[in-house]
Write a protein that binds this ligand. Sequence first.
Ligand code: DX5
Ligand code: ZN
Length: 219
Amino acid sequence: MENKVSISTLPYRFDELPKIFNELKECGADFAHCDIMDGQFVENKTYTPMMLQDIKGLMPLPLDVHLMVNDPLQYLSTLKGVAYYYTIHCECFKDMNILKDALVSIKKIGLKVGLAVDLQTDIENIFEVLNIVDLVLIMTVKAGAGGQKFSESALDKVKKLNLFKRNNNLFFEIEVDGGINDKTAKMCVNAGADIVVSGSFVSSSNDKKNTINSLKFDK
Ligand code: DX5
Ligand code: ZN
């Protein structure tokens, strides 16, 4: 089995997304990774989830929504039936019980729930809620901008998470995000990643099919 590739919407103009993602699907992309930033949780600001609602019918791939926002639950009704993965950052929650309730509320409306862990956060912090989630997103750069350098320290987290998953018979997917290219993708997949996110590596390529293919490996 091969890992999947989720392409970040960040490098592209919002009004071009449906056209571009139709092409990217033809080139082997598996998900559209929708990076949403509110200018508070991270400095940058992007399009809103309300705007995703408008183009949902035109997007050919499942939407892998990555919410880098302070209040990630406020978009639940907007993204119901729109998002495939609804991924929130664990750093938004001070208390494990509040985080647990948040994860359950996302599942309750029929969405797959993802939990993101920023670069500075210990992976062990989220072990106790892993029986609830469908996806863990490990940031391999500091969340907030595209085009940053992959941080090898995150590989250790992927390995620990994969080991915990196997030892506890859990089924969530492991996704990595930030600084992914053909070399770093290979390291992540070898460490246990199931989905790799790509922004600049694919957007800057003139041969998208080959480039996406270079991010896929046998697992
Ligand atoms: C960064 C975003 C990433 C970003 C990845 O905070 O979450 O999804 O678009 O871009 P690259 O692949 O350029 O690092
Ligand atoms: Zn992302």
